[in-house]
Design a protein around this ligand. Structure first.
Ligand code: KIV
Ligand code: ZN
Length: 385
């Protein structure tokens, strides 16, 4: 099994979600929970962006001992100096420095030629190497960049001291097949790639961030960047919980694992949702309220006989206490009878038939039939407990 490093950016890219603003205590609380989850790297913020961010990145670096803490930096000396002040107390300080490499960004945003971009990247990585033991270098908008230009600049930043090379899909534009090709190409063509770890960082604008991250892993990424609940800039980042559980459940296919404590996933998700105010949709994979809920009669009957008929993940794996049988209009007699038993009643076949008719009648009028509704039916039909 290949080991995949998990780089969590909930506190940096995740906090860039519109409408989210975490205070100092909230950031520390999330960082402590990420440490419990056992991520490899926490991106705690962007120290040069504001005094508040500097303070929380520094506090997280000084507190967290179970993993590396990093902070984002533009390719300018002032940002590197500020980041070093914030991160130097960490157990393995890492700088995350970036510059854009796509023609669109170089022409319109940076107003620099490709040669000038290479020069700035090399100079700033060399400068950062005077302080930081680990330098992660990111080619912003890499997935819309020229591949041969990427090869050239990556070779030079590795020579300058970078040991992690991140290939972001900044605008969520790439497809799984294409990103696979990019990683394979870099692995095969960057002369000194054996001195660095390739990292993937995908955004979800076209809903493909997780699929793209998994494809990058399949084609050579040794680090994956993601956020809890997939929060992040615009449509968000790749969701950590989906990637980690996909690697675990389909280890037969990916042959790669993280060191995450998966049973901490639900708790981490709930904390991030509560503190950011970003609600998790019911149908969200792994952590949504319906992820382990069965409503249709055929599914309920199957799961009651043997869970693996319709469950590929056990709820306990991700820290959810049990699956849930939701009683609704598609539910069948088997689940209904189990619920009655669970509530402490025992009914004969004739009573069950009568109760089931009353239940179906109510289920047609409601989205979900609750335990209180079942009690009411039992009382109305005068069934003895
Ligand atoms: O999406 C992106 O390109 C980023 C970089 C700063 C790594 O978040
Ligand atoms: Zn990003």
């Amino acid at each position: 099994m290949r080991k995949i490093n998990v780089f969590d950016t909930t506190l940096r890219d995740g906090e860039q979600s519109a409408g989210v603003n975490l205070n100092f205590e909230e950031k520390l609380e999330i960082a402590r929970q990420l440490e419990r989850l056992n991520v490899d790297i926490i991106e705690a913020g962007f120290p040069a962006s504001s005094p508040g961010d500097f303070r929380s990145v520094k506090a997280i670096a000084d507190t967290v001992r179970g993993c590396s803490v990093t902070g984002l930096s533009r390719s300018i000396q002032k940002d590197i100096d500020t980041s070093w002040e914030a991160l130097r107390g960490g157990i393995e300080p890492r700088l995350h420095i970036f510059i854009a490499t796509s023609p669109i960004h170089m022409v319109h945003k940076l107003k620099k030629s490709p040669e000038q971009v290479i020069e700035t990247a090399v100079e700033t990585v060399k400068y950062a190497a005077k302080f930081f033991p680990t330098i992660q270098w990111s080619a912003e908008d890499a997935c819309r960049s020229d591949l041969n230009f990427l090869v050239r600049i990556i070779e030079q930043v590795i020579d300058a001291g970078a040991s992690v090379i991140n290939i972001p899909d900044t605008v969520g534009y790439i497809t799984p097949h294409e990103i696979g090709h990019i990683f394979k190409y870099l692995k095969e063509n960057v002369r000194n790639i054996d001195r660095a770890i390739l990292s993937t960082h995908c955004h979800d604008d076209l809903g493909m961030a997780v699929a793209n991250s998994l494809s990058a892993i399949e084609h050579g990424a040794g680090q994956v960047e993601c956020t809890i609940n997939g929060i992040g800039e615009r449509a968000g980042n790749a969701a950590l919980e989906e990637i980690a559980v996909a690697l675990k459940i389909r280890s037969d296919y990916y042959h790669a694992q993280t060191r995450l404590k998966l049973h901490e996933i639900k708790r981490t998700s709930t904390l991030v949702s509560k503190l950011t105010g970003m609600v998790v949709p019911n149908n969200k994979a792994i952590i949504g309220a319906n992820a382990f809920a069965h409503e249709s009669g055929i599914h309920q009957d199957g799961v009651l006989k043997e869970k693996t008929t319709y469950e590929i993940i056990t709820p306990e794996l991700v820290g959810v206490s049990s699956n849930r049988m939701v009683l609704g209009k598609h539910s069948g007699r088997h689940a209904f009878k189990e619920k009655i038993k669970e509530l402490g009643y025992s009914v004969n076949d004739e009573e069950l038939n009568r109760l089931f008719i009353a239940f179906k009648d109510l289920a047609d009028k409601k989205k979900e039939v609750t335990e209180e509704d079942i009690f009411a039916i039992l009382t109305e039909e005068r069934v003895a407990a």
